[in-house]
Design a protein around this ligand. Structure first.
Ligand code: FAD
Ligand code: MLT
Ligand code: ZN
Length: 471
């Protein structure tokens, strides 16, 4: 046991038992460094409550002792929001023991889960009930539904189903003082007062600990069609989105773009990936259609691709002939996070823009980077079906710390000033965490910051929940 908080740790032990405490450094390591290996922290203890009651008791103890808490799910976040600082005073409350699926209700099209359920298990439980849970992202094998809600995660099917916020009907939350707000409602209509659910969703662990949730389910999508398309430029990608929508309507479940620079990087660093097309193209899009009916997506996608080739919007395209080929296309797309870490030090950007302004944003950003940082390659990819660009800029490995910090600050300023000038957002889906906290201060208006601080002060007056994140 650490000498920092012996009495607190003993009292926590009385609540969660041996299985609920992680004290030794070796076992703590996985909780203390984030997925991109950008932040490492220290903690006296990782606490793993096994129920809402235990979480509430843990929070009451932390409140009494004024102990700061960092909630954590699967630790796949991109903004350092789930990692404590280096002071060694913040305890981690991990939800990874609260991983039960409590109810699947196919009639109401809902699923009730504990916050620590892995996203892929939610998807599987929905499929087992002949239903569909559409939230899908590269980390789905490790991220938790609590983390998805806390970050209001986006991913690949937002253009049809919305982000995590749109997929939750109710949440249960343990507050900073240990009280429990039971908002675990399964209602599709509820105008009885302020929308507290949507306050907690997207609050990145700074307003409360989400312990359970009621999720929306959708009809199973038995028909799928997936295509990989080669294009001349990002302009054709945006035009192809409109054309595909006009032919396929809202059956489009994903519309993802990637540059050849990204593609070649993935082929270099991600095992078992091959080019889906024989030639090299400056840009690619991955299009996926889904429908309850089996044949329709393939027929519609073929029609859309024929029209695109005819109109000169696409230079080449291939439809996945089976699920194995479909998985190969997705392996390329989802390999981008891993590949960029191998290639260099990515300055990740998570811009949201009106779709109609994507092309001019990319043109202007390319010109700015080429003029000011000609040595730095741009890795441009993202969920363009919902206007979300990951316009990343790659620094080489091995730069001196001060040089890396200088370039990071200058490039971020350049990209984010431009995004704001386009009335975009500096965080479409990853959240703010630590990564964007100072920039949030720069870009949000005084009124917006004031409102956010007032909400924080009401729900967490002692600043115990995830200090140093978001605000
Ligand atoms: P963590 O990383 O553990 O925590 C994230 C934040 O949520 C922290 O602020 C933490 O304090 C808080 N939190 C976690 N659980 C709770 C809880 N129960 N109550 C209150 N607060 C909580 N994100 C996207 O949006 N779209 C993508 O396409 C996408 N792709 C990714 C691909 C890869 C390969 C990786 C590694 C990450 C990707 N992400 C993406 C980012 C990440 O997966 C998501 O942000 C995810 O929602 C985080 O879930 P988590 O359980 O890992 O949360
Ligand atoms: C993605 O779209 O792949 C994710 O948001 C993760 C990333 O940006 O690396
Ligand atoms: Zn993304």
């Amino acid at each position: 046991m650490t000498s920092t908080h012996p009495s607190l740790i003993e009292r926590l032990h009385a609540v969660v038992g041996d299985a609920g405490l992680v004290l030794d450094a070796e076992r703590q390591a996985a909780y203390l460094t984030d997925w991109p290996r950008k932040w490492t922290g220290r903690t006296p203890v990782v606490v793993r409550p096994n129920s809402t009651e235990e979480t509430a008791a843990v929070m009451r103890l932390c409140h009494q002792t004024r102990t700061p808490v960092v909630p954590q799910g699967g630790n796949t976040g991109m903004t350092g929001a789930g990692i404590p600082d280096m002071d060694g005073a913040q305890i981690i409350v991990s939800m990874n023991r609260m991983n039960r699926i409590l109810e699947v209700d196919a009639t109401s099209n809902t699923m009730t889960v504990e916050a620590g359920v892995i996203l892929a298990s939610v998807q599987q439980a929905a499929a087992d009930a002949n239903r569909f849970f559409p939230l899908s992202l590269g980390a789905e094998g490790s991220c938790t539904i609590g983390g998805n809600l806390a970050t209001n995660a986006g991913g690949i099917s937002v253009l049809r189903y919305g982000n995590a916020r749109d997929l939750a009907l109710g949440v249960e939350v343990v507050l900073a003082d240990g009280r429990v707000w039971d908002g675990l409602r399964a209602l599709r209509k509820d105008n009885s007062g302020y929308d507290l659910r949507n306050l907690f969703i997207g609050s990145e662990g700074t307003l409360g600990v989400i312990t359970r949730a009621v999720l929306k389910l959708f009809p199973a999508q038995h028909g799928r069609a997936t295509a990989w398309v080669g294009l001349r430029s990002h302009k054709e990608a945006v035009a192809l989105l409109s054309l595909t929508q006009s032919i396929c309507g809202d059956r489009i479940i994903a519309f993802e773009m990637m540059s050849e620079f990204g593609m070649s990087m993935i082929l270099r660093h991600v095992a078992d990936t091959q080019r889906p097309l024989s030639g090299v193209h400056p840009y690619y899009v991955l299009i996926e259609l889904a429908d309850a009916q089996q044949e329709l997506p393939g027929t519609l996608l073929e029609e859309a691709l024929a029209a695109a080739l005819e109109a000169g919007l696409a230079d080449d395209a291939v439809l996945a002939v089976n699920d194995r080929q479909r998985q190969q296309f997705w392996k390329i797309r989802e390999g981008v996070s891993q590949a960029q870490l191998r290639e260099g030090h990515p300055l990740k950007h998570d811009i949201a823009l009106p779709i109609a302004r994507l092309v001019s944003f990319i043109d202007e950003a390319n010109a700015l980077i080429a003029a000011s940082f000609p040595q730095l390659p741009v890795l441009n990819f993202g969920h363009i079906g919902d206007g979300n660009l990951h316009y990343n800029v790659l620094l080489p490995h091995g730069l001196a710390d001060d040089e890396r910090e200088r370039l990071t600050a200058e490039v971020n300023l350049c990209i984010h000033d431009l995004a704001i000038a386009y009335r975009g957002s500096i965080s479409a889906e990853h959240g703010v965490g630590r990564l964007r906290r100072d920039e949030l201060r720069r870009y949000k208006s005084a009124v917006e910051k004031d409102l956010m601080r007032s909400i924080k002060a009401t729900l967490d007056p002692d600043q115990l929940l995830n200090p140093g994140k978001v605000l």
